[in-house]
Design a protein around this ligand. Structure first.
Ligand code: PLP
Length: 406
């Protein structure tokens, strides 16, 4: 059965907005997604009826807030098929989760001369934290190349792994190329070489089911705001034995057992990595967003989004002269990056905006990938479960119109 997209759209109040007098066509979902009513209600209810700080209070409100926050953690563990909710650390998002691992795992097991492997298609969030670690610890960063379709060169990747490799940090889905990387295989190769793997799931979790145990990923990170949940909340999944051995990332309340001026002992998982008051309202809203997706079902979501991507790709290729599409991987999800002739993406983006069409233009926080492609940036349309073929039609027709101005 197909996804009932018209019905779904009524769940998202922002989609009925007009932009410059046109119905909004929101194709910037890889940057952030819109929020359904149930998520908005969860935030509202949280502040209206059970707003009290978690974990520390004896009073009813605090207990209710704590229960809701910890229930959300358990729901997220189930969503990822983690062994235990102790392996779910709340962060502010993907970026903070990667920084946490870069710092803490880096302290735990990286020494001068060690190597970390990333890839040519990483977002800056999965490059710069490793560069900071590399500077601090005098370790070497190695980069897996990609082929002309925008797929990882797995042969080169395998030949890079050696006894000095400590970690492979790799995106599940490229935010520019849309490539879905073969994570299970990547993990297998890394583990055979004795290395751990961090997977950046920022562009994956909203589009298909993720099972961290099936992937055997050591760390898996994602942001709430890209999966129909609020900004300011994200998740780090980590295998228990690793998290237990890693030192805290930040110090403060919540992450301690006992503090004296002489010595502090740290809390158990997951709290050891959650210094300070957590975003206990957003955690519940994130769990609500996941429930919303699961209620629709992955089969329907993935089939619908793949259809949109294929339809948009075909129309773009067939009807726009001199269009160049970046990312032609066989396994692809969610995003369509392109350039038309030598027209600057910014100029096209501004003109499409005036017709109500929201696309992203620029380097998409992936400057090393842009350098490799020999371009400054691209236009990027990115799809969500509430987008429609009719919106793709509006976009293609508008693109044809604005191109005639150049
Ligand atoms: N990784 C990828 C692949 C992304 O697409 C993004 C955001 O666009 C990030 C990391 C960073 O996410 P956030 O800014 O939510 O931390």
């Amino acid at each position: 059965m197909d996804v009932d997209v018209q019905n779904i759209r009524t769940d998202f109040p922002l989609l009925s907005r007009q932009v410059y007098g046109h119905p909004l066509v929101y194709f910037d979902n890889a940057a952030t997604t819109q929020k359904p009513n149930s998520v908005l209600r969860k935030i509202d209810e949280g502040y209206r009826f059970r707003n009290a700080n978690v974990h520390r209070g004896v009073h009813l409100l605090s207990q209710e807030a704590t229960e809701a926050h910890e229930l959300a953690r358990r729901q997220i563990a189930t969503f990822l098929n983690a062994d235990s909710s102790d392996e779910i650390i709340f962060t502010r998002g993907t970026t903070e989760a990667i920084n946490l691992v870069a710092f803490s795992f880096g302290e735990y097991c990286c020494q001068a001369g060690d190597e970390i492997v990333i890839s040519q298609m990483e977002h800056h969030s999965n490059i710069v934290p490793w560069q900071l670690l590399a500077e601090r610890k005098k370790i070497r960063l190695r980069v897996i190349p990609i082929n002309e379709n925008g797929e990882l060169c797995l042969k080169e990747y395998r030949s890079m792994l050696n006894e000095r490799t400590r970690l492979v940090a790799i995106t599940h889905v490229s935010n520019v190329l849309g490539t879905i990387n073969p994570i299970k295989k990547i993990v297998e190769f890394a583990h055979n070489a004795g290395a751990k793997v961090l997977v950046d799931g920022a562009q994956a979790v909203a589009h298909f089911a993720v099972d961290v145990r099936m992937l055997d990923a050591d760390f898996y990170v994602f942001s709430g705001h890209k999966i129909y949940a609020p900004t300011g909340i994200g998740v780090l999944y980590g295998k228990r034995e690793l998290l237990e051995n890693m030192p805290p990332y930040q110090g403060g309340g919540e992450m301690i057992k006992k503090v004296t001026f002489e010595k502090t002992t740290y809390n158990d998982l997951p709290y050891k990595f959650e210094a300070g008051t957590p975003d206990f309202i957003s955690s519940t809203a994130l769990a609500e967003a996941l429930r919303y997706l699961l209620d629709i079902g992955w089969n329907k979501i993935t089939t619908h989004e793949d259809d949109l991507l294929n339809y948009a790709t075909k129309r773009l290729q067939a009807e726009i002269e001199n269009v160049q599409i970046f990312g032609n991987a066989i396994e692809k999800s969610g995003v369509l990056s392109f350039l038309v002739r030598d027209i600057h993406p910014y100029d096209l983006g501004v003109m499409l905006d005036k017709l109500g069409i929201a696309l992203r233009t620029g380097h998409h926080c992936a400057q090393p990938l842009m350098d490799y492609l020999g371009i400054q940036g691209t236009m990027r349309a990115s799809f969500a479960l509430y987008n429609t073929r009719e919106e793709v039609d509006v976009f293609i027709d508008a693109l044809k119109r604005v191109i005639t101005f150049f």
